[in-house]
Design a protein around this ligand. Structure first.
Ligand code: GDP
Length: 478
């Protein structure tokens, strides 16, 4: 933080005028209320033989810095992390169970799996990690917290039902996250199964099978009969290879919280997905706004383990509080540092929840464009009928303001739902409701996530509003 001359004088128990003189002598012209940079503060303090205690702040961007430190020569292949998405009842849960049962039990005496929020299976000597919470809501809500854990999305489409509204949502969520999609055409055992129709319908969303000149992988399967599971795993491994998923095992562990809760006996229990480095029992760790030392680790088979490498999910105990799903974690070699950073983050978190941090809103759009912070303006459109949604989308795309581009990341018919809001929060998007309103959950989430939701009944009003915002002419009292 910065200090004014006056504040520093107070801390040093000196007169501000004396400090101003000293500063002048050091070549810094300052007034009483002027903010001093760290160097100036240090200079003055050294004049008085006072040692400056640097405030330790740990920003989320430090995680990126850490990742950059991963040495190229240390990078090794890591398992893919996969999320299963799709319309309700198309068989996501059944597929997750089928994969677990066909694979995990092999070679595992008893084969009792523990539900810790994610699990790993092995196919031809290679591992794949599956997140146990199917659906795009969980996926995107993590992303809205800054964590991108999914490498590959499996889109389950029931062969007897075809593409449904949540199928489209899932596609848009995966695309917004730039995650490759593999199509699992499920329920092939059913009488009315029509995989060609599924392929046909998906071409509309630029998911075109290889046979038809595209590059999307389709796998036909029956989750309930456990048929086609191996094919699916093979395709996942194929995509993993193309994606060249790598990590540095030698580093301190870094990753994301998959789920966490308070356990009566064990205290805070969190499932962590290691994304880089190796996590070990005894490590000093900062997890979101919590911290501690890893007391014990249990893997997805319920076995105690001493360490966990990249893409491995483990349940840990030893944190001072319960973190949230989507929080990131980092291990520190120095226990004291972990503690200081953990405490600082906890403080900062408390402050932030008081002041609130804002996402994109139309009102500050122009400011952000001016500052060069925004090149794409992400928009989600919900309308009462498909025709209006499309008309609105195409009109919005036509708006031309130099240096910025409108990107419609999702359109849909019906009320604005929580999933729309979560996608908006994760993608920094504005939600436009055309002749529709947010439902109760969406309203609540929009408030907490500070997502800008605009409701309209006339197309040209929407265009006018967005255009004005882009040009910085938005009427503030709107
Ligand atoms: P989710 O909502 O996508 O998680 O769907 P579920 O996994 O709960 O499955 C919905 C229903 O479809 C359940 O009754 C399943 O038994 C059934 N189901 C799932 N996969 C198949 C399949 O491959 N074939 C058939 N016939 N039914 C299936």
């Amino acid at each position: 933080g910065t200090l004014t001359v006056d504040e520093l004088a107070g801390k040093l128990n000196k007169d501000a005028s004396e400090l101003i003189k000293k500063l002048m002598f050091l070549g810094v012209m300052a007034t009483k209320n002027q903010d001093l940079d760290d160097d100036a503060v240090e200079l003055i303090c050294s004049e008085y033989d006072v040692e400056v205690e640097k405030e330790i702040v740990f920003e989320d961007t430090d995680f990126d810095k850490y990742l950059e430190e991963s040495k190229q020569e240390n990078l090794v292949e890591r398992p893919a992390v996969v999320t299963i998405m799709g319309h309700v009842d198309h068989g996501k849960t059944t597929l997750l169970d089928a994969i677990r049962h066909t694979k995990v039990t092999e070679g595992e005496a008893g084969g009792i799996t523990q539900h810790i929020g994610a699990y790993q299976v092995e196919n031809e000597g290679k591992k794949v990690t599956f997140l146990d919470t199917p659906g795009h809501a969980a996926f995107t809500s993590m992303r809205s917290r800054g964590a991108q854990v999914t490498d590959i999305a499996i889109l389950v489409v029931a062969a007897d039902d075809g593409v449904m509204p949540q199928t489209v949502e899932a596609i848009n969520h995966a695309k917004a996250a730039e995650v490759p999609i593999i199509i699992a055409v499920n329920k092939m055992d059913k009488e009315g199964a029509n995989p060609d129709r599924v392929m046909q319908e998906l071409t509309e969303y630029e998911l075109v099978p290889e046979d038809w000149g595209g590059d999307t992988i389709f796998v036909n399967l029956s989750a309930i009969k456990q048929e086609g599971i191996n094919d699916l795993l093979e395709m996942i491994l194929l995509v993993s290879e193309v994606e060249e998923l790598k990590a540095d095992q030698t580093q301190n562990a870094f990753g994301t919280v998959i789920e966490a809760q308070l356990d009566k006996g064990r205290g805070s229990v969190a499932t962590l997905l290691v994304q880089n480095g190796t996590l070990r029992v005894g490590d000093s760790i900062v997890v979101g706004n919590t911290f501690g030392r890893v007391r014990a680790m249990v893997n997805d088979l319920g076995k105690r383990v001493q360490e966990a490498g990249p893409s491995t999910p483990v349940e840990i105990t030893g944190l001072n509080d319960v973190p949230q799903a989507g929080d990131q974690f980092l291990v520190f070699s120095d226990e004291k540092k972990a503690r200081q950073i953990g405490e600082a983050r906890q403080q900062k978190h408390i402050q932030e929840s008081r002041t609130g941090q804002s996402k994109v809103s139309l009102d500050d759009l122009f400011e952000q464009i001016k500052q060069g912070e925004m090149k794409d303006i992400n928009i989600i459109i919900k309308a009462d009928v498909q025709g209006s949604a499309e008309a609105l989308a195409s009109s919005l795309r036509k708006i031309e303001v130099e240096g910025v581009q409108i990107k419609i990341i999702h359109t849909g018919v019906g009320a604005i739902t929580e999933s729309d809001i979560i996608l908006a929060a994760a993608s920094n998007a504005i939600v436009i409701g055309f002749n529709v309103r947010p439902d109760a959950n969406a309203k609540k989430t929009a408030e907490t996530e500070e997502v800008d939701v605009r409701l309209h009944r006339v197309i040209y009003k929407v265009i006018e509003e967005i255009e004005s915002a882009m040009k910085g002419m938005l009427d503030p009292e709107f």
